[in-house]
Write a protein that binds this ligand. Sequence first.
Ligand code: NDP
Ligand code: OXD
Length: 308
Amino acid sequence: MLILFAAPALWADYATILPEALAEAGLSAQIVTAAADPALVDYIIYAPSAPLQDFTPFTRCKAVLSLWAGVERIVGNATLTQPLTRMVDPSLAEGMVEWVVGHALRHHLGMDRHILNPTQIWDPTCPPLARQRPVAMLGMGALGLACARALQALNFPVTGWSRAPKSIAGLTCLSGPDGLAQALSTAAIVVTLLPRTPQTENLLNAQTLSYLPKGAFILNPGRGPLIDDDALLAALASGQVAHATLDVFRTEPLPQDHPFWAHPQITVTPHIAADTRPHSAARVLVENIRRAEGGEPLLHLVDRVLGY
Ligand code: NDP
Ligand code: OXD
């Protein structure tokens, strides 16, 4: 079996781990970072940094396995006729839970008041309890659900919102435009964990931001285009939104002259909310290769029509 690891910049992280995971699964494979003859390649491991754009010559390829959860940069590639899978990995979810819970607690507890307090004022005002701070989780997939559960475990009342209606024990689940309006109308904290698709672009815009109670916090570890940047700046200026913590942007790296960098109500983190961890990711990739070789259905298949 021939595997093309098409993200040469990441190869050092996988050079030992991937062959080990293949061996553990009883699979024997040759792994290359450039294919002399694309027609001989059985699987492609892909990341957005990959130079590969034309999948046409990979006539034998049984699947393209994305190292990233978000696939917006490959899903519309017209040359890609092979099945595409995305990264769903417990370590990715664990990282995302830590980022979301950490930043939610920062805003919930008003930590900046004490960490930054330049005037050394003794102000013993206590924050409300988490149970009094509703959260809207926009996106209830692998990552959104994990974050919703973690916040719920801290007593935040969580309302989840997704494309298709869901019923999840212990969580209020909504869908559709009315569901979005309802979820936002009570949300003190909004977390956006949606994929970037034509349907989710600018989902948070002047109108939807206006549904929020005044002074809400936004955490966006999903994708930059989920939020209309100008509408966000206006909502911050009016106080509708108190603070936005953003991990993802329309242009990455965020350009040095972008207004988000210096904005006192915006925290920029550099697309680090959840990283694909090679140790566990290698096992996710190998499990799908094992399945394909055994004629079993692939896990985490991307729906090419829905775009995620
Ligand atoms: P999933 O595909 O598992 O979940 C996506 C969720 O979004 C689903 O609940 C889906 O609804 C919902 N959704 C999709 N389209 C719509 C829509 N039009 N309206 C309402 N809901 C919609 O993805 P993951 O949870 O694994 O990842 C989410 C995103 O997080 C990724 O696409 C990526 O952009 C981002 N990400 C960011 C990282 C970072 O470091 N910043 C790291 C990893 C991922 P339904 O359940 O009905 O299908
Ligand atoms: C991903 C990401 O999609 O890191 O995996 O953003």
